[in-house]
Design a protein around this ligand. Structure first.
Ligand code: FAD
Length: 670
């Protein structure tokens, strides 16, 4: 029964167990799977699709073993299958173990619609406008109705906005003719894949040929490019190609389409009851446009205990490299694909494209491709992944090491100047906007400053009377503070006690790594902190150096799981720091990672642009510098208390950062 015959706007609106938004490939496959399992007999199911789905708008092709469930499930609507393939510049190859199957979309839609009718599944010919998560169910608002569901399969096409930051995004566009040949005769068991013997026009262009009968075929011109293929251009190229290859022909139908090729990911739903499907679930392979087989596997694994791993990271990386090449050097596409097809068997290529190949097989494939082009793509990939803020720090490190090779003493000057500049630009400012972090209506700036200064002064006095206790306290709260900002940076939650302990361990490992990789200098600095030296002498730091360094790195490994980029950046900073003096190594982490990230968290959360926030930090930056000047003065006045600039700097930092750390903790918690 169609919903148009029902009045659903009454109070007893049904809540469907499953609601399908869209009824294209992915949701059609999922609906067939649920019916196969018999869900329709006990569950209420609804389908919302604005179109009639009565045109043959595409052909779903895939390779699979004849015993695979996709072939078994859809055998009655498979129109064509090919047991031989002709690839560019090679003799035909047998694919009998994995034939190439084609399903006309109209046959697929009719198959699904017939199932909907037979099983009395509710069908709404509406377009969904929004979904609203309620505590009991999901409310789906369409252009005509409101529907409620417990679980939603949402297949509305994703809207990718290519970002200008170099993310790989291009288009696979094609124009094809279904033709009848007048004289030529085709082998209906053999299809032609990626024939590059056509004009390239600065893009990567090739032809597919799928015979439908001895005198009928679909011949399609495809372009990988930032621009879509123009139909009048495609018609001309196809006409030339067909005439040259087969002679006279008659056009039965024309079809055209476009698939985004991108490594941009559509986010998954934050509500576990809404399941993204098909292209919306990023199931279309960026470099090929194939996705139908993955969608079938996704449906078959629905609610199964063991889910197939549908996206493996290393393949996303390979896809990204190829997209970089196709965007930057599109004329090289023909060379790369020619090498791929000429030097590898079609079985190896199918398995690679299915993301089921072994690493050894992948190395063999890459060894057959123009390696310099892929290395160049790796450089672009790496550069794209380094954000602007990190690129300054990486530039500083590279500059430091280059100068060190040429003139080591100049490198030290460069390092200290860089440290000072970093502290002025972001190190001190990230702590000089504390007054903005927790502002409430009753906020009083004067009271805030007085309290802040009292805490700093109080802690300074404690340093004087109980230096060892103050030092341990400083290390402990700095460790938590550094770890907390690292956790926020990688979007890890900090709710449970175990998560907080891990954050502390991360910060502690970073600090200990810096201290123990400069253990001799660290001991000198500690010796110059009055009241600490006698305890330092009692402990053999050097004996534990290697253990502490190794353990610190082990503690950081789980960060990799959350963000490889953050992990690699952190490790690079720490390792680079081992080759720099202690103060510069500490500054490299403190400014280059901690302060930059914390500044980013503050600007994002408070929605204040960098320049404006920097201006607002100015009075407190000057205040911090003033306090530092007092510390230096005290150093002169009381040589017993602070005897080195390094010790002065760390005690200054400890006193200044105590109120900042408390406020940042409350800010992150909020
Ligand atoms: C021309 C073409 C050829 C392709 N050929 C192949 C191939 O040979 N092999 C292969 O593996 N892959 C192929 N693909 C890629 C992919 O498999 C298909 O794009 C596939 O259709 C994607 O499935 P989907 O469910 O994500 O989207 P679709 O099949 O497009 O289904 C989405 C549905 O959502 C509906 N919808 C949209 N907006 C709303 C709304 N607001 N409310 C409700 N419903 C809405 C649409 O009407 C549509 O029916 C091809 C893609 C194209 C474009």
């Amino acid at each position: 029964m169609s919903i148009t015959q029902r009045n659903i706007m009454n109070t007893d609106n049904p809540v469907y167990d499953y609601v399908f938004i869209g009824m294209g490939a992915s949701n059609g496959l999922m609906l067939l799977e649920l019916i196969k399992r018999g869900y329709h007999t006990s569950k209420r199911i609804a389908v919302i699709e604005p179109h009639q789905k009565n045109t043959n708008d595409k052909t779903y092709c895939f390779w699979a073993s004849p015993s695979d469930s996709i072939v078994q499930d859809l055998s009655e609507i498979i129109s064509y299958q090919y047991r031989f393939v002709q690839t560019h510049g090679r003799e035909e190859q047998s694919i009998e173990n994995q034939p190439y199957y084609c399903i006309k979309s109209i046959d697929f839609y009719n198959h699904v619609i017939a199932a909907i009718k037979v099983h009395n599944i509710e069908r709404f010919t509406d377009a969904v406008v929004s979904t609203i998560a309620g505590s009991e169910s999901i409310q789906i608002v369409t252009d005509h109705h409101t529907v409620y569901g417990n679980r939603i399969f949402d297949s509305r096409p994703p809207n990718f906005t290519p970002s200008p930051d170099g993310q790989a995004y291009l288009l696979q566009s094609f124009f094809g003719y279904h033709i009848r040949l007048q004289n030529a005769s085709l082998d209906v068991n053999k299809f032609q894949m990626m024939n590059f013997d056509v004009d390239q026009s600065g893009y990567t262009q090739f032809v597919y040929n799928l015979p439908y009968a001895a005198n009928e075929c679909l011949i399609e011109l495809t372009r990988f490019g930032v621009d879509t293929i123009d139909s009048s251009y495609a018609k001309k190229i196809l006409d030339e190609k067909i005439n040259a290859q087969f002679g006279a022909y008659e056009i039965i139908a024309a079809e055209e389409g476009c698939i985004p090729m991108t490594v941009l990911k559509h986010p998954s739903s934050s509500d576990g009851r809404i399941i993204h499907m098909g292209a919306r679930a990023n199931l279309i392979k960026p470099t090929t446009g194939y996705g139908f087989k993955k969608m079938h596997a996704f449906a078959a694994s629905f609610e199964n205990q063991s889910k197939p791993n549908l996206t493996k990271n290393r393949f996303a990386f390979y896809d990204h490299l190829l997209l970089i090449i196709l965007i930057r050097w599109p004329h090289l596409g023909k060379k790369i694909f020619t090498a791929l097809f000429q030097k590898n068997s079609i079985q190896a290529i199918f398995s690679f494209l299915d993301e089921k190949s072994t690493i050894a097989a992948e190395i063999k494939i890459f060894a057959s491709l123009p390696i310099v082009t892929f290395l160049k793509a790796c450089v672009v990939y790496g550069a794209n992944r380094v954000s602007k803020k990190h690129s300054y720090v990486i530039g500083f490190m590279l500059g430091y090491f280059v100068i060190q090779v040429l003139n080591p003493s100049l490198a030290a000057v460069f390092g200290y100047v860089g440290l000072f500049a970093g502290l002025l630009l972001v190190g001190i400012p990230h702590g000089a906007v504390d007054h903005l972090l927790l502002q409430t209506k009753s906020f009083n700036l004067v009271r805030f400053i007085v309290q802040y200064l009292l805490i700093i002064a109080g802690y300074f006095v404690v340093w004087y009377w109980a230096p060892l206790f103050s030092l341990i306290l400083f290390v402990a709260y700095s460790a938590y503070h550094f770890g907390e900002s690292e956790m926020v940076e990688i979007n890890a939650s900090l709710y449970s006690f175990a998560q907080k302990v891990y954050a502390f361990l991360v910060g502690l490992s970073i600090l200990l790594f810096i201290i123990f990789s400069h253990v001799e200098t660290s001991l000198l600095v500690l010796h110059k902190m009055n009241g600490v030296d006698m305890y330092i002498n009692a402990f053999d730091f050097l004996a534990y150096k290697n253990w502490v360094l190794a353990l610190s790195l082990v503690v950081l490994i789980p960060i990799w799981k959350f963000s490889k980029q953050t992990f690699l950046y952190l490790i690079v900073l720490l390792l680079a720091g081992t080759q720099m003096p202690l103060m510069i190594a500490f500054g490299l982490y403190f400014v280059g990672s901690h302060s930059i990230h914390a500044w980013g968290h503050i600007t994002t959360k408070l929605k204040i642009p960098n320049a404006k926030l920097y201006l607002q930090s100015m009075p407190f930056n000057l205040g911090a510098l003033f306090i530092f000047a007092i510390f230096l003065y005290l150093q002169q006045a009381n040589a017993q208390l602070i005897q080195s600039y390094a010790a002065t700097f760390f005690i200054f930092l400890a006193c200044l950062s105590l109120p900042h750390i408390v406020l940042m903790h409350l800010f992150y918690k909020k």
